[in-house]
Design a protein around this ligand. Sequence first.
Ligand code: CA
Length: 530
Amino acid sequence: MRFLALLLCLVGGLLSAAPAKQPNIVFIFSDDHAYQAISAYGDARKLNQTPNIDRLAKEGMRFDRALVTNSICGPSRAVILTGKYSHMNGFYNNSNSVFDSTQLTFPKILKKAGYQTAIIGKWHLISDPVGFDFWQVLPGQGVYYNPPMKNAQGMVKTQGYVTDIITDLSLDWISKRDKTKPFVLMCQHKAPHREWEPNIKDLGFDKDRVYPEPPTLFDDYTNRAKAVGENDMTLEKTITPKDVKLVRPPQLDAEQAGVWDAYYEPRNEAYRKADPKGADLVRWRYQRYMHDYLACVKSVDDNVGRVLKYLEAEGLAENTIVIYSADQGFYLGEHGWFDKRWIFEESVRTPLLVRWPGVAKPGSVSKALVSNVDYAQTFLDMAGLASPAEMQGRSLKPILAGETPADWRKEFYYHYYEYPQPHHVAPHYGIITDRYKLVRYYGNGETKTDLFDNEKDPLELRSYFGQPGYEAVQADLETRLAKLRTDLKVPAVDDEYATGAKKMPARNVENVGKNAGKKGKASPKAPEAK
Ligand code: CA
């Protein structure tokens, strides 16, 4: 009798505590979208307007310190799916890693709990998606125009512009879902990834605007470790004729090619005639890069608008959480660079905007140190599910609800591995706090440490490592960095690489442990940004 009473009490408690209805989750994720190119983040250059993405900030929360654990495409995606750092999920780099799809991911857990799950767009993890009721993805990097896609049945032809197509497929999937169940949709854009190829209807959208240059466009890379100046991702040396549209992409059909030529050819002719050199050439390339990159962003923003409109029209807006983020940050000419990879601000920091009606206060801003390693646990928490112990992040739900826990992280661990190809960015790891970054570069022939002080040097142009007055700060950061590496179970072999005691081998499947022997092979070609 007592047992029955206890049981009834328990059931009653569970019923009263149960959420009214599990929310839907729409995760809109782009590739290489710099926060500087989202007007809600208010970049000093005022590069563009993104009214639709900005709506998520106005109607929800904007995160100003969302950092990635390893600033590169595939690894960021693996971190998001698993809630684990690269050294735990096995996907270190784009060159050789293959995603071990037998491991636990948040879509698998949501699916098991009754969610319908889908991923549409860029996947970039080599092995096929697992844990999704529906998937249709771009093979590898994918292409911008008329992109072939792959689903469980095989290859699929498409016609049109990639960002529109990914959105069309996403809305189509939502419309055909089982309306009795909640859903999670990962709508993952290729844009605005290199080679930054705009929708042809958006060519000239900026009316030949001359964009303000970043103050560090001509950085000389002094006062920091040699590694900083050694990398190969500059507008000056690395960018290709294809990147700056001096060569027409081969995927365009005849009609598309005509529009493309009508826009680019007169401008390319003027460029050839002027034949700029040196700093003028860098400036010309920066302007062309901004036109193309921001045109790609315009299309992403227009398509975010389509998704928001659709959710409203279908009466889904109130019970659907919409998240906008990217796989990492990106350089828009800062330090003379494009691409990402570095622990430095433009690269390590990614946009994160969340609209959660009834939970996240409209127009709220969080400056907490959050990360893509937190997304999996956040999505599980949104669905009212516990997260497995192996995940290494923390749910953002309390922050979204306006209560940042007192013991929220005060320091963040970063680790980048891919070297030497494709961009000769030395492997490095480090600790990031509100004010400081301590970064250790290794594997490029010298092990060096830099210390950045955001308060004195927000553009990260000089290292204070070993400078008088920084002794206590340095010692404190070293201690906290060592603790982070222990807590996150960073393998000891990384220490040997870091001290130079062991030479870092070329990355191959042996380095990615469990992935060895999995089907699929990364593209062997190296000199392209991933
Ligand atoms: Ca990326």
